[in-house]
Design a protein around this ligand. Structure first.
Ligand code: G6P
Length: 362
């Protein structure tokens, strides 16, 4: 078993460290020059699509939420995101002009599979973004894009999430090309930052050491808030989920602009806030949200490339050119932070209590 971990303590750790490689795999043969091309998507498949609905569970749902920002921004398509177990029972309105996208690492999640069948019955075109070829979801969908993350053993998903977001980003550019919603130069710029993003997920040993040390401080307290804005909000949700899954500490992901509408009442020094403060997206807005929390004594760990006085702890990311590069860099920080807190607490990182890698019950 040790050999399979290739010297890493846990599969999750190995999978975090693999991300820069699997992201390159994900782009291979699909990204080139000024274009993103998916052989899997037949010509004409996306014709007549006016809206997208993404449906998934858990981490895959967070990837879907993140993707919705990119699809709306790049492809100018209205994008809805739904939790599969909710979607199925709400008597959803489905229009034939809607593309139904399911996201699943395993391809076997019962609620996601059933939602997919429901959409097919309603006559929608369906697309699966999945890590397992020949899985139930891949077999059911009209068309599938494989995420190529390789086998993921850690119950807490890391590299699968990274590749799901990458595929959605690529899909947003593929559709943008078809719909002429981005200029050629803009697509080229995005592709450049995709390649950079993959590189940025390579784990820096000093950063890992820093997070290992920091994890000592964040073991107590009455809970965590992970906050961010825009696409960093789904990343905050995912950061909180990672921590919950493997450390069993209460954590909540929240849009930072919404804290003042309730959660700020919880703020005191025992409330830990992990703030995602990218330089390239709404920096001043989130900064003032974090300052509001600091003024109420919350203990703040800011992840940012900018010097920021309001934080108790700073995790510096390198200043980057685009917010998506910052997204992938911060994703790794959140994964390692959760990992190290879990290790310090003596938990089974790869097999957290009460959880299963693939949930085939409804
Ligand atoms: C389980 C796993 C999660 C995962 C979710 C959805 O709950 O523990 O890590 O995100 O299922 O799984 P899927 O395979 O559909 O992505």
């Amino acid at each position: 078993l040790y050999a399979q971990k290739e010297g890493y303590r846990y599969f999750m750790e190995k999978e975090i460290y693999e991300q820069h490689k699997v992201l390159v795999e994900t782009m291979m043969g699909r990204v080139g020059g000024a274009e993103v091309h998916f052989e899997e998507i037949e010509a004409g498949f996306l014709e007549g699509i006016e809206e997208i609905t993404i449906c998934a569970c858990g981490t895959s749902y967070h990837a879907g939420l993140a993707g919705s920002y990119l699809l709306e921004r790049h492809a100018k398509l209205k994008t809805n995101v739904a939790i599969a177990s909710e979607f199925r029972y709400k008597e959803p309105i489905m229009r034939p002009s809607e593309l139904f996208v399911v996201i699943s690492q395993s391809g076997e999640t019962a609620d996601t599979l059933e939602a997919l069948k429901q959409a097919k019955r309603a006559g929608l075109k369906t697309l699966a973004i999945c890590n397992m070829d020949n899985s139930s979801i891949v077999r059911e969908a009209h068309c599938s894009i494989l995420t190529r993350a390789g086998i993921e053993k850690g119950v807490a998903s890391t590299k699968a999430f990274a590749t799901q977001v990458m595929v959605l980003w690529m899909l947003s550019l593929h559709i943008a090309k078809i719909r002429h919603t981005l200029l050629k130069e803009e697509i080229e710029g995005q592709i450049h930052s995709m390649v950079e993003s993959a590189k940025l997920t390579r784990v820096d040993e000093r950063l890992h050491e820093r997070l290992k040390k920091l994890s000592k401080r964040y073991l107590h307290g009455h809970g965590f808030f992970f906050i961010g804005r825009d696409i960093f909000y789904p990343l905050a949700l995912e950061g909180a989920l990672k921590l919950k899954e493997i450390s069993y500490l209460h954590a909540e992901g929240y849009p930072s602009g919404e804290m003042k509408h309730g959660p700020i009442a919880l703020a005191d020094s025992e409330l830990f806030t992990v703030a995602l403060m990218p330089k390239n997206l709404l920096y001043d807005k989130i900064k003032s949200n974090v300052e509001e929390l600091a003024a109420r004594d919350a203990t703040i760990c800011a992840i940012t490339p900018e010097p920021f006085e309001g934080a108790d702890d700073l995790v510096f990311t390198a200043a980057r050119e685009s917010y998506m590069e910052e997204f992938f860099e911060m994703m790794v920080v959140l994964q390692i932070l959760a990992l190290e807190i879990s290790v310090r607490l003596g938990n089974d990182v790869d097999m957290p209590r009460n959880l299963a890698k693939s949930v085939t019950v409804e």
